[in-house]
Design a protein around this ligand. Sequence first.
Ligand SMILES: [Zn+2]
Ligand SMILES: [Zn+2]
Length: 349
Amino acid sequence: MRGVVFDGKQARVVDDLEVRPPGPGEVLVAVAAAGLCHSDLSVIDGTIPFPVPVVLGHEGAGVVEAVGPGVTHVVPGDHVALSTLANCGACADCDRGRPTMCRKAIGSPGRPFSRDGNPLYQFASNSSFAERTVVKAVQAVRIPKDIPLTSAALMGCGVLTGVGAVLNRARVGRGETVVVIGTGGIGLNVLQGARIAGALTIVAVDTNPAKEEVARRFGATHFLTSADGVRDVLPTGADHVFECVGHTGLVRAAIDLLDRHGQAILLGMTAPKAEASFLPAAMFLDKSILGCRYGSSRPQRDIPLYAELYRSGRLLLDELVTATYPVEEFARAVEDAERGKVARGVLTF
Ligand SMILES: [Zn+2]
Ligand SMILES: [Zn+2]
């Protein structure tokens, strides 16, 4: 079968990939569509160290082909969106509704794939850039069949992370004020999360003025090309400021823009050793800085919720997909993503 393999030097499409059958508690999924996210590019450029050879891809949707012993929540033929969260379902963190904090969900990647008898690693417990992949039962979330799989493919990373950060982590309340710095794939989902939460003023900040139209479509009530102008819109600051770029200067800007009792939610990935500064004295006014992993999501609960919000027109998915590419054109998809030409490119099988 076809798939995108990174060997440590380059990522390329191969057609001799194999995947083992699903074991107990696992699901074999025929991937129909997979989103190309920056984290995949970060593996290729070394920002995210990962053992090789590895089959890339970490957000996708497809059709269940087979289930292993003990799997009852999906059957062959079901449509599923895939999460990257291979949480154990049995530890204290899983049990208290914090699967993103499950310690068993991180590290020790499996090797369900092979080429010519040699095993390949699975990226983010997912590897959606393959015609078929094997995931844990908790990662396969059933979705209604009327949702296009090219759109559902984006649920597993961008939507869970962005919308989840608003609803689960920040818990934005009706009538509150929100600033979103950076309107890429995550930022757009934060914008629509804020709209769904009922925020009154939603200020999008992006240095690229061409982003204004899409930002407004996803929920922005104001658009600025610099955070400097936010105080003109919100003189006392914002209740919630989301940093979606991963730039230490913008982390500082996010904290400086907080109103009393405001919170800065850090979603952008900075370099592992990067340091940011802030004024601790200002925090005295009940302010908070929040980290957030994967939208603090509970995928088996959140994905069906987002599916219903999509069907009722309140969550935009189709508009997130700016281009689709047959998997053979992976290189062109990467080029377009690197040039910032697309919000989200989707590979199809
Ligand atoms: Zn991603
Ligand atoms: Zn667990």
